[in-house]
Write a protein that binds this ligand. Structure first.
Ligand SMILES: [Zn+2]
Length: 95
């Protein structure tokens, strides 16, 4: 089994949650709790959720609480970009 990616998280994490909690916890660093099974879907999910985490982190840092919230459509841009970058990197590594 390949070594799992490390994003400052533990190797075997239990459940998933992030942006929903991060949105409710202004000025608290984001975190990921996620199931990791070692397959590509797990890696892609981490990339997606990490996009939400970084978006929330940067939104909170750049704006006061009243304007730090964002619609779900905007939230999915960063996470979908992370998925696309992960896919592109994986294809490049495998070619
Ligand atoms: Zn998402």
């Amino acid at each position: 089994m390949p070594e799992p990616p490390r994003f400052g998280a533990r190797r075997s994490l239990v459940a998933l949650r992030l942006s929903l909690l991060a949105g409710a916890a202004y000025d608290v660093h984001p975190y990921l709790l996620i199931n990791y099974t070692g397959n590509y879907e797990s890696v892609s999910t981490i990339a997606h959720e990490w996009g939400h985490a970084m978006h929330t982190y940067l939104a909170d840092r750049a704006q006061p609480y009243p304007t730090s919230q964002y619609p779900i459509f905007v939230a999915e841009i960063a996470s979908t970009l992370d998925e696309a970058l992960t896919s592109a990197c994986t294809r490049r590594e495998l070619s």
